[in-house]
Design a binder for this molecule. Structure first.
Ligand SMILES: CSC[C@@H](O)[C@@H](O)C(=O)COP(=O)(O)O
Length: 349
């Protein structure tokens, strides 16, 4: 069976799998405006660092149809350009942590600034499609590069969803598993359910089972005990931002898994394309962490489970320091025991 596409751009419309409805319903959401795209990213209709970047790039293209529908379609070239820049600036406010969003929008900004106005529309669509195509290649290369690290093990743990739903195709953390699955050698996967929005229980479990990969969902609090029993032999996760020295921001709950993995002597792998690196930041403490609303924790599915008088914290991401990371897998290869020097070498090779 061919996996449904996380996102596609057809007839100047951005079509997204609505990930808020999975696994119950495989529904699509169609965006025809910049505002709808911003809303879809903010509500996690589309989510996962690479997919957010691709969706935002297509979202910029929708500024053209927004303007065609408006009364000011006879704007001057300067107005036309500033409409796209406004769209880029606005989409950049949708979510703060995944650096892929800003990376993709910077590429679109460069096109806006360097292309004659009459060619802008086509040039922006072409650039967004390039970003999309490059992501497919990166996922497959991460799959190839990461596969040897998982080929000898029986069971791997993953947290959140860094699979096809978070990218254009195989994902990052799940790419080595899909690569091995082609030859029937994939390890079994344990998926943390990933409170509060359950990207593991809903999305990772959905896409791996669709693909025929053996997947078992656990609550986030179970992994330590399973590591102690020897059930889990490796951990692999994605990333939203990796600093120059290798600190990794990823879904909240990743850091405790890394600490547990170190305690039990289990390798902790991070899989991410090079556009997830923010080489301008050194320390992970400087990564902006998205704080989301109270209800995601206090009233899942609209059912209140926390007394009104109690405070709630809901940071969407945490930071795992580089010293807990066994290796980072990118489309270029593997950075073992990441340090600032090893990462700089990887980028300069
Ligand atoms: C290849 S996706 C990598 C990360 O973006 C993923 O692990 C993650 O944390 C996603 O968080 P989300 O809040 O669902 O966008």
């Amino acid at each position: 069976m061919t996996a449904p596409e996380t996102l596609r751009f057809e007839d100047h419309r951005l079509i997204l799998i609505d990930q808020t409805k999975l696994p119950g319903e495989l529904a699509e959401l169609v965006c025809t405006t910049v505002r709808q795209t911003h809303d879809a990213i903010q509500r996690l209709v589309v989510r996962g660092a690479p997919a957010i970047g691709i969706a935002a790039a297509y979202g910029v293209c929708l500024a053209a149809s927004d303007s065609a529908a408006s009364e000011s379609s006879d704007d001057s070239p300067a107005d036309e350009r500033s409409r796209y820049i406004d769209a880029i600036d606005y989409l950049a406010t949708s979510r703060p942590t995944a650096v892929n969003l800003f990376w993709a929008l910077d590429r679109m900004r460069h096109v806006v600034e360097s292309t004659p106005v009459e060619k802008l529309n086509d040039a922006l669509v072409a650039e967004a499609k390039r970003i999309h195509d490059e992501d497919r290649e990166m996922c497959h290369a991460i799959g190839r590069n990461g596969a040897p690290l998982l080929s000898e093990i029986d069971t791997v743990l993953t947290h959140c969803n860094a699979g096809g739903l978070a990218t254009s195709t195989w994902g990052t953390a799940l790419a080595p598993i899909y690569h091995l699955h082609q030859t029937g050698n994939a390890p079994k996967v344990i998926a943390d359910e990933t409170r509060p929005l359950l990207q593991g229980g809903r999305l990772t479990a959905w896409e791996l089972s669709q693909a025929g990969v053996d997947v078992t969902v656990i609550t986030d609090s179970m992994s330590g005990s399973l590591m102690r029993q020897g059930v889990i032999q490796a951990v692999i996760v994605g990333a939203d931002r990796i600093t120059a020295r290798g600190d990794v921001a990823n879904k909240i709950g990743t850091y405790p898994v890394a600490v547990l993995a170190r305690h039990h002597g289990i390798p902790f792998y991070v899989a991410a394309p090079t556009n997830t690196f923010d080489l301008e930041l050194d320390s992970g403490d400087d990564i902006p962490i998205e704080q989301r609303g109270r209800d995601e924790v206090a009233a899942p599915h609209g059912v209140g489970i926390v007394p009104d008088a109690a405070n709630v914290l809901n940071p969407a991401f945490d930071v795992t320091p580089a010293e807990l990371v066994t290796a980072i897998i990118t489309q270029r290869g593997v950075i073992h025991q990441p340090t600032a020097e090893a990462i700089a070498r990887h980028f300069n090779s």
